[in-house]
Design a protein around this ligand. Structure first.
Ligand SMILES: [Mg+2]
Length: 356
């Protein structure tokens, strides 16, 4: 039995803006294009939704529904950065993370041993950590497959967690309105309603053949979903090129020795993350990232031909930190350490590089 979590941030772009600018909280807020340039709403706060404003709606229409709506243009680079932080938290629990967009991902935690292997507790911990470490609210759904996990994450939104245990699937699916099924839009829902089909139970009663006759291949899909069946795997579509940890300090690190004193904790965390990689990966480089107080940043790297002695590795990270810090010689707000990776398959080993 698989354990799938679907994580979905609540009104993501708007949530990032509200996080960074408290004056935007508690008001109808939208991130989107300008009305006079035929822009559309990308995301809006729940205060705006109360007026009927929705994503993909023309900004001009949104402003008619809610004249006091504050529309801002948004900052994709920042959303990407926040998304990276959130996805990194997900990857602390499983390597099987499939991002669907900047704010949405499937996690297969079937083989995870975090939280005693409890998917529910993993989902709770992830929600808590993203709130504490990133300042963003994630709703999550836990279920034995993707289709149900996605429905579950939406069930108690915003700030919700919904768990569908294997023994609850049958009752949950039977009563599920057809509108909730992936691929059933307004048109299809109307068609189904005219046929007297409102729930998955009604779909079952209609029979597989009748559904295929009426809807073709999609009828077959409807039939599977009506029984709660969905075997699609969570797919990690890119090879991992690196593993890293970074930390933004509440107070800037004043000088190089202060940076060096924080290295051991970072290396420990990196070690933990490396050891949790699902597929064995060969280390082909080490890197240190330094972001200075003025937000300029630099990365120092060194090629490697595999893992070395812990003491030698620690020394290498120190040297890289020093090299990076000397490029700015200013207080540091963020420090990161990482390994570049190469898949551990039969390929020829990289040329041996003298390190020290
Ligand atoms: Mg979302």
């Amino acid at each position: 039995m698989r354990k799938i979590i679907h994580c979905d941030c609540d009104c993501f772009y708007a949530a990032v803006e509200m996080r960074d600018n408290p004056s935007l909280r508690g008001i109808p807020l939208a991130v989107g294009g300008r009305a006079d340039r035929r822009g559309v709403i990308a995301t809006c706060s729940y205060e705006a939704r109360a007026f009927g404003v929705r994503s993909a709606m023309a900004t001009a229409k949104a402003l008619k529904l809610c004249p006091q709506l504050k529309v801002i243009s948004g900052n994709m680079a920042r959303y990407r950065e926040v998304s990276r932080q959130i996805m990194a938290i997900y990857r602390d629990y499983t390597e099987l993370v499939e991002p669907l967009s900047l704010d949405e991902a499937y996690l297969d935690v079937s083989a995870s041993n975090r939280c005693q292997g409890s998917a529910t507790r993993i989902a709770e911990e992830i929600r808590q950590r993203v709130r504490d470490e990133v300042g963003i609210c994630v709703s999550a759904g836990v279920a034995p497959n993707r289709f149900l996990a996605k429905i579950a994450s939406d069930w108690n939104k915003p700030d919700g967690l919904c768990v569908i245990r294997p023994d609850q699937v049958e009752a949950f699916v039977r009563a599920l309105p057809v509108e909730k099924l992936h691929g059933v839009g307004n048109k299809t829902a109307e068609r189904l309603h005219r046929m007297g089909i409102n729930t998955c139970d009604d779909l079952r009663a209609r029979g597989n053949e009748a559904l295929v006759q009426r809807f073709g291949r999609f009828g077959q899909r409807l039939w599977e979903l009506a029984w709660g069946r969905d075997e699609r795997p969570v797919q990690v579509n890119h090879e991992r090129k690196s593993v890293s940890v970074e930390h933004t300090y509440p107070e800037d690190l004043e000088n190089l020795s202060s940076c060096l004193s924080h290295l051991p904790a970072l290396i420990d965390e990196l070690e933990g993350r490396y050891s949790r990689l699902l597929r064995p990966a060969r280390v082909c480089g080490a890197m240190v990232k330094v972001k200075f107080a003025d937000f300029t940043q630099t990365t120092a790297e060194q090629a490697l031909s595999g893992r070395g002695e812990p003491a030698a590795e620690a020394l290498l990270f120190e040297r890289l930190t020093q090299a990076a810090w000397l490029r700015g010689e200013r207080p540091v707000r963020l420090l990161g350490v990482g390994f570049r990776l190469r898949e551990a398959d039969g390929e020829a080993p990289a040329e041996q590089l003298a390190l020290f």
